[in-house]
Design a protein around this ligand. Structure first.
Ligand SMILES: O=C(O)CCC(=O)C(=O)O
Ligand SMILES: [Fe+2]
Length: 368
């Protein structure tokens, strides 16, 4: 954790605070023309990914694609296999009008490229604010900051006052959220059936009720070998839906137990028009480990053009402290006992917000 080192004169806490108080984000550093990145962004060398298996070398190991226009039983089989083996897949033929995602991604880029003062007005770490802009939501908990700024909006259960969403991206993001919900419903239905449950079972757990949308901006990084765009982690809720511009950088680690490529990192190629869906921690737990919450990260962007992505996190209502979640009784048997204790979403999210962005730390906390 951050501390003052008298030998080097480096006071990490102070430098983190100054960076945060500038409200300029990493885009501000790039605009100021830095050619070396401040020390608060330095990762331990072993955490920086430079070598990975890319799909050019391992084409058969590209993450799976689920074509939603296939007959239902085929789509269920594909989604279920992908969720078990990878925890992440592309969906195609999802019916979202072609311009909706590109417009939303461009709008996030436009927000990040507004003058510094305009963005600073939104800069905040107050989690209860419906719309906040900040660099690194775990800035004060992590050991190294990442080369990324993010605009976060709480969309549901209480929709934000539209006037609070920056005008430059308001219409586009609301439009994308509306369509994304339809795709998430379809995916949840397939995933539910893939567990041998009724199509509506997972959604019936209110797994799509709480929605947060985060637009990430990964500007050019002058020393990408020293830092990351986002450190390795699993997402916390039920599902995450991810779209991005054509600048890649997302890496996923195939679950260790996979027969081929288990434990290795793979590049997720951008498939034009496709939407990425990944299984998150609470869904893995509810599925009693049938589905895998995928570990992923984003490299620091070495290109002049920014990587821009939008993640929508779907989860049960996080302020509910009366409804208990845990492995579904239908999925628990003598051969496969429950792997997690029951929890409420408020307990779950409290654990999440008090830990650094990490991998399976939530699951480990509740594991039996
Ligand atoms: O930008 C990306 O592609 C990934 C973002 C992500 O993993 C997250 O927001 O949790
Ligand atoms: Fe993530």
């Amino acid at each position: 954790m951050a501390s003052f080192n008298p030998e080097s004169g480096y006071d990490r806490t102070k430098e983190v605070k100054e960076f945060d108080e500038s409200k300029l984000g990493v885009k501000g550093l790039v605009d100021a023309g830095v050619t070396t990145i401040p020390r608060i962004f330095h990762y331990p060398a072993s955490d920086v990914t430079t070598v990975l298996h890319d799909n050019a070398t391992f084409p058969s190991l590209a993450i799976p694609t689920v074509d939603l226009s296939l007959p239902r039983h085929r789509a269920v089989a594909l989604a279920s296999a992908a969720a078990r083996e990878w925890g992440i897949f592309h969906v195609t033929n999802h019916g979202v009008p072609v311009d909706v995602v590109p417009a939303a991604v461009s709008a996030v880029q436009a927000f990040n490229e507004l003058p510094a003062e305009a963005k600073a007005a939104y800069y905040s770490r107050e989690l209860e604010n419906s719309v906040t802009f900040s660099s690194n939501y775990d800035l004060h908990n992590s050991t190294a900051a990442s080369w990324r700024d993010s605009l976060r909006m709480l969309m549901a259960p209480t929709p934000p006052d539209a006037a609070k969403i920056p005008e430059v991206c308001r219409r586009e993001l609301l439009e994308w959220e509306k369509h994304a919900l339809g795709v998430a419903r379809t995916a949840m239905g397939l995933l539910s059936e893939g567990l041998g449950l009724e199509a509506g079972r997972l959604e019936g757990l209110s797994g799509l009720e709480q929605r947060a949308m985060v637009g990430h901006y990964y500007p050019y990084c002058p020393q990408p070998e020293l830092t990351m765009g986002i450190s390795g982690h699993t997402d916390s809720g039920f599902l995450t839906m991810l779209v991005a511009n054509r600048i890649d950088g997302l890496l996923v680690r195939k679950p260790a137990e996979a027969e081929v490529g288990g434990g290795e990192w793979f590049k997720v190629e951008t498939v034009p028009g496709a939407i990425v869906i990944n299984i998150s921690d609470a869904l893995q737990m509810v599925s009693n480990d049938e589905y895998k919450s995928v570990e992923h990260k984003v490299v620091a962007n070495p290109r002049r053009e920014p990587r821009v992505s939008i993640a929508i996190f779907f989860s049960p209502n996080q302020s509910d402290d009366t409804t208990y979640f845990g492995p579904l009784p239908e999925l628990v048997s003598e051969e496969k006992p429950a792997r997690y204790r029951n929890f409420t979403m408020s307990e779950f999210m409290n654990t999440f917000f008090h830990s650094k962005l990490g991998t399976r730390s939530l699951q480990d906390h509740f594991r039996l």
